[in-house]
Design a protein around this ligand. Structure first.
Ligand code: ATP
Ligand code: MG
Length: 227
């Protein structure tokens, strides 16, 4: 097992803009050990989602180095990077991005179907995951027939489908009422403990941030420990 699941150093990301490029990340550093949990806080527009996209290999940094699970991500071509991302990282976003025409079961199975697993096997794994997130009674429901908290739990089941070593969650409770948000946070921390998955969570919720092993603040394009 590598000593770090994430080793990011001097991460830079800028977006084209006039008259000057918009420098959002200006040398962000983050090291995360396997199974560690970290919360990232920061004001709106500080670059938290941008950072999560880079850490999650959905976007490439303009500067700095990023190694995930011992692999230098700069060495991967686009297809290799996508395959690596799919088997290593699970994403949970503020909006669940479930596919409306598919059932909870099919949505949770989607990463496995995309990875080419036989349908029966993929659905069996997805069913087990939905059981794990407390949705055994909702397998055949479509997203529109689920509550916000239930939709988010399906999204977590989907994020777990490929047994990732790392979960990146971008305001996963941002759209939920307090009680549903607590349930989703409970679930993320249970997954962290039971499946030994590292967790990076971006949140505006201080109670949820306080559950993490460390709280870091993104400010002026860099991460620093929040006292
Ligand atoms: N693809 C893009 N092209 C141009 N500018 C972008 C792009 N993505 C983000 N930005 C800009 O980068 C800055 C940081 O955005 P980001 O979404 O990372 O902030 P955030 O910290 O996640 O904010 P919030 O808390 O509101 O979600 C913003 O000023 C945004 O306008
Ligand atoms: Mg954001």
């Amino acid at each position: 097992m590598p000593e770090a699941i994430i080793r990011a150093a001097g991460i830079e990301r800028c977006f084209p803009s006039r008259p000057l490029p918009l420098r959002v990340l200006k040398g962000a550093d983050l090291s995360l050990r396997p199974q560690e949990t970290v919360a990232i806080v920061g004001s709106s527009g500080s670059g938290k989602s941008t950072l999560l996209h880079v850490l999650g290999c959905l976007d490439r940094p303009d500067g700095g180095t990023l190694s995930i699970d011992g692999h230098d991500t700069a060495r991967f071509g686009e297809r290799e990077l996508a395959a690596f991302r799919n088997r290593t990282i699970g994403f949970v976003f503020q909006f669940h991005y479930l596919l409306p025409e598919f059932t909870a079961l099919e949505n949770a199975a989607m990463p496995l179907l995309i990875a080419g697993l036989p349908r029966k096997r993929a659905l069996a794994i997805a069913e087990q995951l939905l059981l794990e997130v407390g949705l055994a009674e909702r397998l055949e429901h479509r997203p529109s027939e689920l509550s916000g908290g239930e939709q988010q739990r399906v999204a977590i089941a989907r994020a777990l489908a490929n047994s990732p070593s790392l979960i990146l969650a971008d305001e996963p409770t941002g759209n939920l009422d307090h009680a549903s948000g607590e349930l989703v946070a409970d679930l993320l921390w249970r997954v962290n403990a039971d499946r030994k998955v590292a967790l990076v969570i971006v949140t505006h919720n201080h109670e949820i941030a306080a559950r993490a092993g460390r709280v870091l603040e993104l400010r002026d394009g860099r991460l620093s420990p929040r006292p």
